[in-house]
Design a protein around this ligand. Structure first.
Ligand SMILES: Cc1ncc(COP(=O)(O)O)c(C=O)c1O
Length: 496
């Protein structure tokens, strides 16, 4: 069996620039563009989870790029004789142009995920022990995790929840923020920080961010305060703490509540003090990509008084949780004192969290190493703006956000991401600013340029892989991919 590869066989050659045809049977044609591929006659096994009935790839499109470009031969072998034949074509008959409109080639065989969690045998053993313990929901491990987290980050008190979103929602509820109230926050965040304001019926008021840290601009916060303003939700973007002193004094002067969205900021410090050590509400995330993960999960910290109320709101409004009712010596009776939510963490999540806490310092040290290597590689090139960190903070380095400098490359950010994908490197964008999402745009009549710093940053940014699970080779591959793209698409300067 032989294969012919051909750029012109496609019915829509500009969109799908090449085909692969079985020259013996003419039974298989594959058309590929940067984001998807279509299998026009179905010889790739239908059992593959990536191929639907109509032959479109839905899941791991990147995998199929790899298959169709013939780059990653070992990965083909599990997909049956047809694809084994493609694999055996060898380099001389490799499909032309690799993949992608811009035609980069993979710097590595295996796709590097944007953020792989680091989970070891200790986490697995602890989860198994929790499973065997007979107590699966919030119980002794959850309590222990709360205590250890509280001690590790010097929090007055800690409440383990099923997400950071839950923590923010509960905080607003406990602070009695609702209809008629305004809450000032940033457009440079994930929807959760703002959705919770809508959930309680208050109005989110967005203000622009600082050009370097992309955190809330304190002056812009002051300018947005009205008699209806009740709170500020300050996001420690990418793990870099906000200007806490300024925001605390603004909150004090105008009698506002300060809620910290510390989804990215486990382990961050402001002037030597850990984020979460204040008496105000601070919500952390343990989502799968976060610096410390429980799969899904969160921690709300603050004064004991606030958290006593939060504990009730987070669990149906019950005055006593299950652990204190069902454990030995527990009493069955309880009362519902308000209509609360069902936001508790489980002991299975806490088991993961306890072991993640044990390895946390090492994981953070590895993040810093990777950040230093990226900075060293990219900061010398005019095409890139590397993330900055102010001297009075300790950055948690949740994200490494690289910005492309306007006019330095002949491709834009989206094309840059396509190029990274073609090189088998996963990336992401943090974030599509809130005011550009249709719900917020339409509800509040926002225009992209209403927050020019956030908008410009969004257009130029991409987040590179950053995880303590990355090997030195992974880091080198990311650097090679970024510099290769710069080399290929950097604007050439005329010699002076
Ligand atoms: C800034 C920010 N806030 C809140 C959240 C919500 O976190 P969770 O998924 O734990 O609810 C996220 C999630 O990624 C986030 O990035």
């Amino acid at each position: 069996m032989a294969f012919r590869s051909d750029r012109l066989g496609s019915p829509r050659p500009t969109q799908f620039p090449w085909t692969a045809v079985d020259t013996e049977t003419h039974s298989q044609q594959c058309y590929c563009n940067t984001g998807q591929f279509q299998l026009l006659s179905g010889r790739i096994p239908k059992s593959s989870p990536t191929v639907t009935e109509n032959g479109r790839a839905t899941g791991d499109a990147q995998h199929w790029f790899t298959v169709l470009s013939g780059i990653s031969h070992p990965r083909l072998l599990k997909f049956g004789p047809k694809l084994r034949t493609i694999a055996s074509m060898g380099t001389s008959e490799r499909f032309p142009g690799d993949v992608g409109r811009h035609g980069g080639s993979a710097v590595r065989e295996k796709f590097l995920s944007f953020s792989l969690p680091l989970v070891g045998a200790e986490e697995i053993d602890e989860v198994v022990a929790a499973l065997k313990s007979g107590w699966l929901t919030a119980g002794p491990r959850t309590r222990q995790f709360e205590q250890e987290f509280r001690d590790a980050f010097h929090c007055p008190a800690a409440l383990a929840l099923n997400s950071c979103t839950a923590g923010l929602h509960v905080a607003l509820k406990v602070l009695n923020i609702g209809p008629g109230d305004e809450v000032i926050t940033t457009p440079m965040t994930f929807a959760a920080s703002v959705n919770v304001i809508e959930h309680v019926g208050a109005r989110p008021v967005l203000v622009d961010v600082e050009p370097d840290t992309l955190n809330l601009q304190p002056d812009a916060v002051v300018a947005a305060i009205t008699p209806a303003t009740k709170a500020i939700i300050a996001v420690h973007y990418a793990g870099h703490p906000v200007e806490l002193h300024s925001l605390r004094s603004i909150a004090e002067e105008y009698r506002l509540e300060l809620i910290e969205d510390a989804a990215h900021a486990v382990g961050a410090r402001f002037e030597g003090t850990p984020i979460g050590s204040g008496t105000n509400f601070t919500a952390f995330s343990f989502y799968a990509t976060k610096n410390l993960t429980t799969g899904e999960g969160g921690m709300l910290t603050g004064s004991q008084e606030l958290l006593d109320r939060a504990r009730i709101v987070s669990l149906h409004g019950m005055n006593r949780e299950a652990w204190s009712r069902y454990a030995a010596g527990g009493k069955w009776a309880y009362d519902i004192v308000e209509p609360g939510f069902k936001y508790n963490m489980t002991d299975l999540q806490a088991a993961l969290g306890l072991q993640q806490l044990r390895r946390f310092d090492r994981m953070q040290a590895r993040r810093r190493e990777i950040v230093n290597r990226y900075n060293e590689a990219f900061s010398r090139h005019a095409a890139f703006l590397t993330p900055s960190s102010r001297s009075h903070v300790e950055n948690a380095w949740h994200l490494y956000v690289l910005r492309l400098r306007a006019g330095e490359l002949t491709i834009d950010r989206n094309q840059f991401i396509d190029e990274m994908t073609a090189r088998n490197i996963g990336t992401s964008v943090h974030f599509i600013p809130i005011h550009m999402h249709s719900y917020y745009r339409d509800r509040y009549g926002y225009h992209p340029d209403d927050f020019p710093v956030a908008h410009a940053a969004f257009r130029s940014m991409l987040s590179l892989p950053l995880s303590p699970s990355m090997s030195d080779q992974d880091v080198a591959d990311v650097i090679e991919a970024v510099l290769d793209i710069r080399e290929k698409y950097g604007r050439r300067r005329m010699a002076a």
